[in-house]
Design a protein around this ligand. Sequence first.
Ligand code: NAP
Length: 482
Amino acid sequence: MTPRVAIIGSGFGGLCMAIQLERAGITSYTVFEKASGLGGTWRDNAYPGAGCDIPSHLYSYSFEKYASWSRRYPGQPEILSYLDRCADKYGVRRKIRFGVEVVAADFTGRSWTLTTASGEEADFDAVVCAVGQLSLPRLPDIPGRDDFAGVSFHSARWDHGHDLTGRHVAVVGNGSSAAQLIPDVAARAARLDLYQRTPSWVIGKADAAFGPLTRMALHHVPGLQSAYRSWIYQYFEAALWPAFAQGWSAGILRARARHHLRGSVADPVLRRKLTPEYPPGCKRILVDSGFYPALTRPNVEVVTDPIVRITPDGLQTTAGTRRADTIVYATGFRTTEFLAPIAVTGRDGSDLRERWREGAEAYLGISVPRFPNLFLLYGPNTNLGHNSIVFMIECQVRHILNCLPLLGSHGPMEVREEVMAAYRRRLERAMAGMVWGRECGSWYKNAQGRITNNWPARTALYRRLTASPPLPAYRFVARSSH
Ligand code: NAP
């Protein structure tokens, strides 16, 4: 029996799953996409300056290498068009149901019934959730937010119809999104106030455009592109990973960031404001594409006085009120909610939200006990601070492809509760040594302080674990009528 597979989401993860199913000759799948276009985070994050801080020769599918990236760190439009081309080349676009939001998934004892926002129901043998960790924008809980009389929007919902030329713009937040959009906004706005709660560690960006000769060489010289890709991967593993595990390169990373700050910002008062007290890597490290230079412009001010409330014409801080006619919330995403908007009910009525009350968890970030034939891509504890997520997604897709043939022959399969418990203990032990547990808030942690998002080991270990045969970690559950 060829399983009927539902894929929820058409970003890097969902597309990878769909393409690999096509390549395996399994065409009995449907991709549900609530938006009108594919691309996930690369469709949503279209703010000026958006791009990836992992070089695209690595941040792309291993089976669909692309020699013609315009530069080492291309912008969002180029990444989105790469995904568009992949969808067309492998013929998966025709399987995507755009504008269809899945709101509930119920395991019926034999299969999964998905319910869409319009009330339509459809049955599938397996469900692959590829909704990402960074898909739900988080607006801050600042009193008076709704009273603001000007224009305000989240960085992932950029208002392209609103011209910022000559405006007084307030940017709340200073993570990766803010750092990328600020250079463009600062160049256009009359004034930009950056409301910074916690400074970020920032390193320089070794970006470079690829000329026609380099691109031609990458395209035609056998093995060159693979070698370049592999070099980037190995560099991140060898040099960055030890810093996060508080190893040998932690001091070097700190010195590198301090050196970058000294070289970019001459004013010692501003430098002090921008110097974090927590170790680098505790929060996502920013890669500077003009962020520090923008902060030294005369029309830009870094405001560190805490915001008290938002008024109709500005932001009131503990030091007074500052006028703004536009507010950009670069305040990140509801990253620890994972599948929360979808009501997922597994075997014997198990409720996924209830199961994850203390924090989301899944075996290899992919499978949850009592939720047979449900698979997650970029699920709990599979995020990286130092390497390409596409690598992790490809490992997950391979694991799911190893599971699918077993469904037909043995019935629904779910990961064993005791395997999940042992995996959890292993994760906790590994997590204890990681920098993310130190004194800083970040999107990697949930409200209880549990790190639900990051993978606490080298990516090679993840590849090894996900490549091993799924059995005996899983068991088959008897088919029942309910
Ligand atoms: P983020 O890293 O979660 O940053 C959110 C920012 O908003 C933080 O500075 C946070 O301050 C601030 N904030 C939140 N609530 C606030 C409040 N009530 N008052 C004041 N400040 C508040 O979000 P992001 O910048 O959108 O980035 C999210 C992730 O997306 C990144 O870490 C990265 O993994 C990915 N991303 C990658 C790229 C890239 O590849 N270059 C670009 C964009 C995003 P605190 O630090 O004090 O909490």
